[in-house]
Design a protein around this ligand. Structure first.
Ligand code: HEC
Ligand code: HEC
Ligand code: HEC
Ligand code: HEC
Ligand code: HEC
Ligand code: HEC
Ligand code: HEC
Ligand code: HEC
Ligand code: HEC
Ligand code: HEC
Length: 325
């Protein structure tokens, strides 16, 4: 019985030794491979320089935890914990070091702040660039570099905070729309008008129409996959195609008549009364393309009724070339 036990223990020992040997050989192979990769252009033979190899500068999030436990525990509950699963990306895309860079020297220095990337005090360009090493390819963020926000010196950390977010979703520093109003006071004034898209009421969001990370079009406006105006996403009935299109709807877009943020007009028109809006383009002048309201129906020298009384299908019609019912 005791002999059998001893025999087993011996086998375990032998096996461990073998494992250690294999591991050592493997590690040496890896290190020389890395060194070879690094010195690809140099003519000297690859040498084993383990301590300076890139991978060895990363210590992993568990090591950071030993000194930054509070931060670690909170961080673990944010979506960024998922980076620890990013085996394929390698240590530079994982855990704390995915953002703060390699931490070995910082740890060796007992927490030397100068030996690790600290966000505080860095330019927005530099901090955003760091976030974009992972998010730059994502569809939502792919236009950030050329966005109005980026060129207006607004960075990721003006709206997001990986450790101190105030919102449950998206690591935001402030709730919407207050986040946006903090810098966009004229938008705030627009949405306070009597008629508005109900953003303050939570029915519609700024980000339904805008992508704060920028888009391929002006005003950071979103568009449908077809390239059409985002307005059609919710106002499908206005899209057509119609047999008789009202030209400006398609050429100049919804904002040639509407103020989507807010207006004193119930239909969010830019100009009131509606006749003045129509007559901006439909003047009686013969030199203007849109053409004046002619014919007996308009012979009311005193005052027109609302144009839309008769021209009801103002966004386009399949039946009437003058947009009647
Ligand atoms: C997604 C990028 C990102 C990751 C991942 C990340 N950090 Fe940070 N860290 C930041 C940013 C940005 C700041 C600046 C403060 C802020 O905006 O939250 C910061 C600040 C800090 C600070 C300064 C103190 C403070 O609370 O602001 C410490 C310490 C820190 N991080 C440690 C860690 C540790 C430890 C981990 C892993 C558990 C980690 N970080 C993971 C981006 C990151
Ligand atoms: C041996 C303990 C120790 C370990 C391990 C450690 N740190 Fe630190 N770290 C510290 C100390 C101490 C400070 C505070 C230094 C100061 O205030 O001068 C610090 C500061 C920081 C800061 C700057 C905080 C600030 O105030 O701006 C960051 C960022 C940071 N650590 C990230 C990390 C990351 C990421 C890891 C893992 C790669 C890590 N630390 C591992 C001890 C440690
Ligand atoms: C002006 C404010 C603002 C700036 C600047 C900003 N974001 Fe955002 N971000 C938001 C808002 C608001 C949301 C929520 C979007 C939503 O509800 O659709 C969001 C969502 C996200 C999301 C999750 C949604 C998704 O599908 O991608 C990621 C990731 C993100 N932002 C990363 C970034 C990065 C990286 C930067 C810097 C390059 C950045 N953000 C800059 C406001 C901002
Ligand atoms: C190492 C790669 C990496 C870096 C660097 C990085 N992120 Fe992320 N980020 C991720 C991953 C992975 C997710 C989770 C995506 C998912 O849930 O599918 C994420 C998610 C997010 C989200 C969405 C949160 C949510 O609630 O859905 C935001 C916002 C975000 N990151 C902002 C930032 C900001 C700001 C920075 C720079 C300080 C940054 N990220 C740096 C990898 C990264
Ligand atoms: C930290 C301040 C800040 C925050 C927060 C902010 N913005 Fe901006 N925004 C700017 C600056 C600066 C510009 C560029 C200058 C300008 O056009 O006003 C800009 C530009 C824009 C533009 C393009 C304007 C144009 O004329 O092309 C839109 C749209 C916009 N922001 C929407 C938003 C939305 C939506 C939010 C909230 C998710 C938001 N912003 C949050 C500062 C901010
Ligand atoms: C229903 C869609 C929609 C919503 C919701 C919306 N916007 Fe806009 N916004 C637009 C359109 C369309 C324009 C372009 C107007 C133009 O070109 O005349 C615009 C323009 C802007 C501009 C450029 C300056 C200006 O006033 O014309 C800013 C800044 C802006 N929006 C911020 C915001 C903010 C902040 C919110 C949320 C509080 C928001 N928007 C909500 C559609 C929307
Ligand atoms: C996310 C969905 C959504 C998007 C995108 C959207 N709208 Fe709206 N819109 C609504 C809702 C919902 C109402 C109803 C308003 C209410 O009851 O508060 C509305 C109302 C309106 C009205 C007033 C109609 C009425 O009878 O009260 C106009 C005009 C309008 N939208 C134009 C636009 C334009 C122009 C755009 C594009 C710039 C746009 N909308 C984008 C959801 C949207
Ligand atoms: C040529 C000017 C003009 C253009 C361009 C225009 N509209 Fe209108 N729209 C109007 C007028 C005028 C009314 C009010 C009709 C009424 O009072 O009966 C209106 C009403 C509306 C209404 C509320 C009533 C209804 O029919 O549902 C919505 C929603 C609307 N428009 C959305 C849009 C959208 C979305 C676009 C862009 C695709 C657009 N409009 C382009 C002139 C225009
Ligand atoms: C932004 C300029 C613009 C505004 C505002 C506008 N229209 Fe038009 N409208 C046009 C153009 C351009 C045509 C096409 C004219 C052509 O094909 O010769 C057109 C065509 C028409 C037609 C078809 C008859 C024709 O000449 O083809 C009618 C009817 C009409 N508009 C009525 C209205 C009414 C009613 C309003 C106000 C609710 C209005 N329009 C507002 C630009 C405008
Ligand atoms: C009482 C009903 C009525 C009102 C109100 C009305 N229209 Fe018309 N409109 C018509 C009729 C009917 C026609 C077709 C006339 C024809 O074919 O001879 C027409 C035709 C038009 C045309 C096309 C002219 C052409 O060259 O064929 C335009 C443009 C127009 N209206 C614009 C307007 C504008 C702008 C207003 C408001 C200032 C307006 N209408 C108010 C009934 C009306």
């Amino acid at each position: 019985m005791s002999h059998k036990l001893c025999h087993q223990a011996c086998r375990v020992l032998l096996f461990s030794a073998l494992c250690l040997f294999v591991a050592l050989v493997f590690a040496a192979g890896q290190a020389s491979q890395q060194a070879a990769g690094k010195n690809a252009q140099s003519t000297s033979a690859p040498t084993v320089t383990a301590p300076s190899s890139e991978a060895s500068k990363y210590v992993g999030a568990e090591t950071c935890k030993t000194c930054h436990e509070e931060i670690y525990n909170a961080w673990e509950k944010t979506p960024h914990w998922k980076t620890t699963l990013n085996i394929k990306g390698g240590p530079s895309k994982q855990g704390c070091e995915g953002c703060h860079g390699p931490g070995a020297d910082h740890v060796a220095g007992g927490g030397d702040k100068t030996k690790i990337f600290v966000f505080e005090g860095k330019s927005r360009q530099e901090t955003s660039a760091r976030c974009l090493t992972c998010h730059g390819e994502a569809h939502e963020q792919s236009h950030f570099a050329e966005s109005a926000h980026s060129s207006g010196d607004v960075g990721c950390l003006d709206c997001h905070s990986p450790h101190h977010a105030k919102e449950k979703e998206f690591l935001l520093v402030r709730e919407q729309p207050q986040l946006c109003y903090g810098c966009h006071t004229s938008a705030k004034a627009d949405f306070a008008k009597p008629y508005h898209h109900r953003v303050n009421e939570g029915l519609v969001q700024c980000v339904d129409c805008h992508n704060p990370h920028g888009t391929a079009t002006v005003r950071q406006l979103r568009s449908l996959p077809s390239g059409d105006a985002i307005c059609y996403k919710c106002h499908v009935d206005k899209q057509g195609p119609f047999v008789y299109e009202h030209v400006p709807v398609k050429t100049e877009g919804c904002t040639s008549c509407h103020s989507p943020h807010g207006s004193t007009n119930p239909k969010l028109l830019n100009v009131m009364p509606v006749n003045i809006l129509c007559l901006q383009c439909h003047t009686f002048s013969t030199t203007l393309t849109a053409g004046g309201p002619i014919g007996p129906a308009h012979n009311q020298s005193a005052k027109y009724q609302a144009c839309t009384m008769c021209h009801t299908q103002i966004h386009g019609s399949n039946f009437s070339d003058v947009f009647f019912k």
